[in-house]
Design a binder for this molecule. Structure first.
Ligand SMILES: [Zn+2]
Ligand SMILES: [Zn+2]
Length: 352
């Protein structure tokens, strides 16, 4: 029932291949994918603008309990964190939908243009109450988390130095990098990771997944439909957040895959202008949202600084097509599904 695509060994080739096969002819989609190819390269060594060069400490104790595994951590003093009341004021006034952005990055390529303070200000301006952030390297995420441990929900990705989207599943540097960090209670996810179906048997990939699941982390996976099926074969109980709704998969295919796996969620990052060309919600995406109102989430994917530059517009665009859905479905996609995914249903400040 699902038309999967075979991923090639090279991520860039895979992207080009799938673009040719995809139904998308919207020019911005091609521009984004070309830029995405560039993102696979190791970014230039840009210093992170910060008052200090020492990253915040990584806690190695006090793992979250089962019941509170994904709630806000407390091991870094929230000196600049907004209070829940402040967030409620920022997100719910004038009936504006709170947004949980489940796909953000603050990677090295953005550090010279935007400071951590700039990024937090952008989230506040866009009235984004929570953001799942993962970065290459991880230091970017920790800088944001240090500033705002309520709004920033950290994910851990293995990319650093010469460990990239294309070689992390086989690099001997991957597991030590993850091991150094993964016991920190601040992380709720492994990823966003780029998974290639031919590497699913790799011991490094399997160990990374095993380690993440032992910590009750969700897997935030950038892949096609076939790869999602492959991951579920080795990790049938995993909670997976499927990035970009498969990026090149049709809404119909996404719907089929969601039908197959009850613990699968998907974020719509990068798809926003296909979902609502010229602002009008497309009928095929509307059908997907109405059929699966409980497992789709908003995502921006700020993988290049230009996405941060246009961040507020991306979120505004998302709010515009969400407004064309029934309010309860829109609220689910905007933030409730993400709260459920991360076990944060008690984040009552978003509901006020
Ligand atoms: Zn991605
Ligand atoms: Zn991404």
């Amino acid at each position: 029932m699902i038309q999967s695509k075979q991923a090639s060994a090279n991520h860039s080739v895979w992207l080009l291949f799938t673009v040719q096969k995809s139904r998308f002819h919207f020019p911005i989609f091609y521009v984004l994918l070309l830029l995405c190819l560039a993102s696979c390269a190791t970014p230039p060594p840009t210093a992170l603008p910060s008052p200090t060069s020492t990253p915040p400490p990584i806690a190695t104790s006090s793992p979250r309990s089962q019941a509170t595994a994904t709630q806000e951590p407390t091991f870094i003093a929230p000196t600049l964190a907004p209070t829940p009341t402040a967030i409620a004021t920022q997100t719910s006034s004038n009936n504006i939908l709170p947004i949980f952005d489940t796909h953000a990055h603050y990677s090295r390529n953005s550090w010279s243009l935007y400071s951590p303070q700039d990024i937090i200000a952008k989230l506040i301006n866009a009235k984004v109450a929570r953001a799942l952030v993962s970065s290459s390297p991880d230091e970017g995420t920790r800088r944001l988390y240090e500033l705002d441990p309520v709004r920033i929900v950290p994910g851990l990705r293995p990319y650093h130095d010469d460990v990239t989207t294309t070689n992390w599943e086989t690099s001997e540097k991957t597991l030590p990098y993850l091991e150094e960090r993964i016991d920190s209670p601040m992380y709720v996810a492994l990823g966003e990771i780029h998974v290639h179906v031919q590497n699913i048997e790799s011991p490094i990939f399997r160990n990374a997944v095993k380690r993440a699941l032992a910590r009750n982390l969700i897997l935030h996976i950038h892949s096609d439909a076939e790869t999602i099926r492959g991951v579920y074969k080795i990790a049938p109980d995993a909670k997976i957040l499927w990035a970009h709704a498969g990026l090149i998969e049709s809404p119909q295919t996404v719907s089929q895959v969601l039908d197959e796996f009850p613990k699968l969620w998907t974020d719509i990052s990068i798809r926003e202008y296909s979902i609502a060309p010229n602002g009008k919600l497309s009928e095929e995406w509307r059908a997907l949202f109405l059929k699966h109102p409980d497992c789709i989430t908003i995502g921006s994917d700020t993988w290049i600084p230009e996405r941060w530059t246009s961040y507020e517009k991306i979120i505004e665009h998302d709010r515009a097509w969400l407004a064309q859905l029934p309010r309860d479905v829109a609220e689910n996609i905007a933030y409730r599904n993400a709260l459920k995914l991360f076990g944060m249903q008690d984040a009552g400040d978003l509901e006020k």
